[in-house]
Structures are given as structure tokens and as C-alpha cells.
Design a protein around this ligand. Structure first.
Ligand code: UDP
Length: 259
């Protein structure tokens, strides 16, 4: 990995310069953080699973016409993506009340929302990613109104698709976070889906028992986080019979050898 130039190291991913101009390699780590990185830990095999889950979802979204930065998966922990300028807004899509929405407005976790709610947070770790209104986004020029129209329309389509996909495997899509980027073509740019979609940035509950199958297991010290990520991957059919443990064994072997 030292052969490549590292561009950025985030909480869950490292970005390296890609093989061609305009490309980037996303490396998925096992590191997990919560509460604006106050809580730190690792979830064994998380990077391998998130790489696959995100590949799968971005590929399916591509089939329904959602443009994204995803090009192809390279190996267990890496994928090749298009370089974009990230819009500094986290888009939170909610179907059921949970987390910060429940806390902020006193709505009991698990209450279904009458319709899908979109919220926007300004991406700034030092400020703790504060919730902002579309007016702030326009006022400070973080995205144009036209870009916000594309972003909100895509977010709703992504939610419709994902909620159905997860329902089909017995999972309730409670809420999730999306990030978008600008893909430049000369002087013009268009908005495409970027970052990742994985149990790190989604709340996924078992449809019958409401058991949490996402990063809340880590955030709330519930235990069994690695197993929860594996369960999501298993239900998605991403690793054929027994394949997941083989892949994870191989991955930890490589890790031990420092590769
Ligand atoms: N989320 C995320 N990154 C963030 C903030 C939120 O991926 O920096 C995801 C989170 O996993 C959840 C959804 O966005 O699925 C809504 O999170 P919420 O605003 O409730 O914040 P939290 O309770 O996680 O602090």
C-alpha cells in the first residue's frame, strides 16, 4: 500500500490516488467511531463487508438510473471510484424515528413517520455536523438550489429502492445517510451519489423482532456488532454458502502478515 499516494484518511476509509486521472481507491477499514469520534473501536471484518454491501447497493442503484462514483471493486477491502468534489452536506433519510431525531423532538424510537423525512447536516467534524435547513445551504452556497433538487429527488428514489430491497430480506430500513459529489466535465458538473452505503451509515432492524443489525450495536455497547454486519451480508446473499467465513479468515491472515 505504501506504493500508492494516500490522499485522505477518514474514520472508516482511506482514500488513495487511483490508477488513472480522475479515479480514487477507497480502502475500507475495520475502525469504528461514534459520537463524533469520542468513542473508538474496531469491528472485525467490517471493512470487507461494507466494501461488498456498498458495491452491491451502488450497482443495483445504477440499474435503476442513479449515477454514482462506483466503478468496480478491486479486492476484499478496496474499490475504484470516480473522483468527485464532495458536497459538504450529509443527507439523512428517515422512515422511522430513531437516534438524534427521537432525542431532538422527543419522539419515541421506532415510531413510523407519516412520510419520508429528509434532513441535512453540514459536514464539519469540529462543529459536530450540525443540522441545517435548505436555507442555510443556499445562503452559504454549499450547494445550488438546482443541485439540491437533484440530491433530494435521488435521495427519495434511493430510499424507495432500498426500503423495498431490505424489506424483501426481513429488514426494516429505519434511516440512513447519503453523500453526494460533483463530477466535473469541463466547466460543467453534475451531481452523483458518492461515499458508501453500508450498515455503518444505516439503521437496519430485523422486521419481526426490531433487533438492531447496524452500527448502533457498537454505539450503544450492545455487543455482537461483527455478527450483525455478517447477518446483513448473509441475508443480502453476498457471500455464497460458507463463503463469508472463508473470506474473513483470509482477510485476518493477511492482516496478521501486515499486508
Ligand atoms: N449517520 C451517519 N453518519 C453521521 C451521522 C449519522 O452515517 O455522521 C447515519 C446514522 O447511522 C443513522 C442516520 O444517519 O443511520 C441518522 O443518524 P442520527 O441523525 O439519528 O444520528 P445518531 O443518532 O447516529 O447520532
Amino acid at each position: 500500500m505504501s506504493r500508492r499516494r494516500q490522499i485522505y484518511e477518514g474514520k472508516a476509509k482511506i482514500l488513495y490516488e487511483g490508477p488513472e486521472p480522475g479515479t480514487i481507491i477507497q480502502y475500507f477499514k475495520d475502525d469504528a467511531t461514534a459520537f463524533n469520534a469520542e468513542k473508538k473501536g474496531t469491528i472485525n471484518g467490517k471493512g470487507v463487508i461494507n466494501n461488498r454491501v456498498s458495491e452491491h447497493i451502488f450497482t443495483l442503484l445504477g440499474h435503476i438510473g442513479i449515477p454514482s462514483h462506483f466503478i468496480r471493486r478491486l479486492n476484499m477491502r478496496e474499490q475504484l471510484v470516480k473522483q468527485v468534489e464532495i458536497v459538504p452536506i450529509e443527507v439523512i433519510v428517515r422512515n422511522v424515528a430513531a437516534g438524534s431525531l427521537s432525542k431532538r423532538l422527543g419522539i419515541e424510537e421506532g415510531t413510523p413517520l407519516p412520510h419520508t423525512l429528509l434532513e441535512y447536516c453540514y459536514k464539519d467534524d469540529a462543529l459536530g455536523d450540525p443540522l441545517v435547513a435548505e436555507e442555510h445551504i443556499a445562503c452559504f452556497g454549499w450547494a445550488t438550489q438546482e443541485e439540491m433538487q437533484d440530491i433530494s429527488a435521488m435521495a427519495i428514489r434511493i430510499n424507495d429502492f432500498m426500503a423495498g430491497m431490505f424489506a424483501g430480506i426481513g429488514i426494516k430500513l429505519v434511516d440512513f445517510k447519503l453523500e453526494f459529489g460533483r463530477l466535473f466535465d469541463g466547466d460543467f458538473s453534475r451531481i452523483i451519489l458518492a461515499d458508501e452505503i453500508s450498515p455503518d451509515g444505516c439503521r437496519l432492524w430485523d422486521i419481526n423482532t426490531n433487533e438492531k443489525l447496524d452500527k448502533d450495536r457498537f454505539r450503544r455497547d450492545l455487543g455482537g456488532e461483527a455478527e450483525a454486519y455478517q447477518e446483513v451480508a448473509r441475508r443480502m446473499g453476498l457471500f455464497p454458502e460458507g463463503g463469508l467465513s472463508e473470506v474473513l479468515d483470509l482477510d485476518s491472515e493477511r492482516k496478521k502478515r501486515g499486508k
